[in-house]
Design a protein around this ligand. Structure first.
Ligand SMILES: Nc1nc2c(ncn2[C@@H]2O[C@H](COP(=O)(O)OP(=O)(O)OP(=O)(O)O)[C@@H](O)[C@H]2O)c(=O)[nH]1
Ligand SMILES: [Mg+2]
Length: 470
């Protein structure tokens, strides 16, 4: 028979494990296995061998407990034959949480899921075989476990021993045998059908342990177990302090309380009898601490007096508070991010502004520089023009002077020629005198032309002759 174990859409259930409603609605049988045991026994490590999801594991040798709340993980290995879920639980004697809180945490999960028709198929109880004693804590943890399970629940328990590589020779075998056969240890459970198996801290070994609860034949329904705490609280409507586990814990707390009361009385007597003032003061301080501790025990006992409904409400409230806290943190983170982005944008804008200013400055300087160059060029052009004009006027002046000199020279030559010819004519025609003005002027003109011709050739060898073109 395949009974649907799908819970209603319940924020509590989903918040408290990494499993979605879709996977729980699957057709394949859902198998839930609780992993329990002392803190540090290797529960979370065991689960980490069966899932890809990151499981919180304490560092080797860590003194602090790690898992503080119930978490559910899906083991994909058996899929699609079955959906296997492993339920990680905190151990009693947690370094940070009171036993009452641990019991409430486990009882809340077990009763809530029981109400949602989710049944455990079995429990793996992990124990460090390297522990050479079943000390007070380990024993107390085991007793609490026994009370949680009840006579029916213990049948589906497998004691899984861990830390085998930490034991020498046959020590492990001997311890294992003692645990199995001693009534107050595992003897009681084994007699009722519980089994003992070794775990080698690897995937195959972990899968082999889970395999015990997964039917080989897919038509065969998985085993279901009802734990005492579930039937007592859900079916019989008992408050936590009235359950077997609650009574057990209450008994332990009462014992501690009585011991503390006795110690307090003894301390009071010691203080009364002590003569030394200083010592009396020390004893009084110690007494104060004892009284506080007693107060804490009383509170713990009171806290056990809680109904299942109230326990669930408190858990939901706790989860809602955490969710609100996370949302608040996310919002604060977003706001911080937005502020960082805004300030970054401002910086970029400032930089862009500075760059634009620098660019405008540069362009301005370039323009001024260009204008300066232009001015210099202009003045240079004007200077050149001035020099050219000066040179031209000098040339003109020189040409004029040359022309004047030429004219003077011509005149001089004319005069000279005239004098020479005049003398010659006077010598030749001493009798025949043709001194008419016409003859004189012709002679004069011929002479002028000759002189000019000569002159053009003699004035300046660099100048071209204007008459003959040589
Ligand atoms: N040598 C060895 N170390 C192991 C083994 N199993 C777990 N450990 C180590 O033991 C330490 C405790 O393991 P956890 O898986 O955190 O123990 P836990 O039972 O979940 O402890 P709590 O969450 O505090 O209840 C870790 O550092 C593990 O690496 C094992 O079989 N052998
Ligand atoms: Mg853990």
């Amino acid at each position: 028979m395949r009974k649907s174990t799908s819970p209603d859409a319940d924020p509590f259930f989903l918040l408290n494990g990494q499993v979605s409603n879709e996977t729980l609605d699957a057709k394949e049988p859902n198998i839930f296995i609780a992993i329990m045991g002392m803190t540090g026994a290797g529960k979370s490590t065991f689960i980490s061998h069966c899932t890809d999801v990151k499981v919180a594991i304490s560092d080797p040798g860590a003194l602090q407990s790690c898992t503080q709340e119930v978490h559910m993980y899906r083991c994909t290995y058996f899929s699609p034959r079955a959906n296997v879920y492993l339920v990680d639980t905190p151990g009693f004697d947690d370094t940070d949480r009171k036993d009452t809180d641990i019991l409430k945490e486990i009882a809340t999960w077990l009763t809530k899921t029981y109400k949602q028709n989710i049944r455990l198929s079995g429990i793996l109880y992990l124990h460090r075989i390297s522990d050479n004693r079943m000390g007070g804590c380990a024993h107390r943890n085991l007793v609490m476990f026994k009370k949680l399970c009840g006579p029916e629940g213990v049948k589906n328990v497998i004691f899984l021993t861990t830390f085998w590589e930490k034991v020498e020779g046959s020590d492990g075998d001997t311890r294992e045998q003692t645990l199995k056969t001693t009534e107050k240890f595992w003897g009681y459970f084994v007699e009722k059908g519980a089994r003992v198996q070794r775990h080698w801290n690897n995937h195959d070994s972990a899968i082999a342990a889970i395999q015990n609860f997964v039917p080989l034949d897919t038509t065969e329904p998985p085993q279901h177990v009802k734990l005492a705490i579930q039937t007592e609280m859900v079916d019989s409507h008992k408050d936590l302090d009235q359950t077997s586990a609650g009574l057990e814990l209450q008994g332990e707390l009462q014992k501690e309380r009585e011991k503390m009361l006795q110690e307090l009385e003894e301390r009071a007597k010691e203080i009364h009898e002590e003569k030394d003032q200083e010592l009396r003061e020390i004893l009084r301080k110690d007494q104060e601490n004892q009284a506080k501790e007693l107060q804490r025990r009383d509170t713990e006992i009171q806290e056990l007096k809680i109904s299942m409904e109230r326990m669930h409400e408190k858990k939901i409230q706790q989860l809602e508070e955490r969710l609100a806290d996370q949302q608040n943190q996310t919002r604060m983170h977003h706001e911080e991010m937005a502020r960082a982005i805004q300030s970054h944008r401002k910086e970029v804008q400032q930089l862009q502004g500075q760059q634009a200013e620098q660019l405008a400055d540069q362009q301005n300087q370039n323009r001024i520089h260009l204008e300066e160059v232009e001015r210099i060029l202009q003045s240079y052009r004007e200077n050149v023009q001035q020099i050219q004009d000066q040179k031209a006027s000098q040339i003109e002046q020189m040409s004029q002077e040359i022309r004047d000199m030429k004219d003077k020279k011509i005149e001089q030559r004319q005069m000279d020629y005239r004098m020479v010819e005049y003398k010659a004519d006077n010598e030749e025609d001493e009798g025949a005198s043709d001194t008419s003005s016409e003859t004189w002027s012709n002679k004069n003109a011929q002479m002028t032309a000759r002189i000019l011709n000569d002159w053009n050739h003699h004035v300046d060898p660099r100048l071209t002759c204007l008459t003959c073109g040589e």
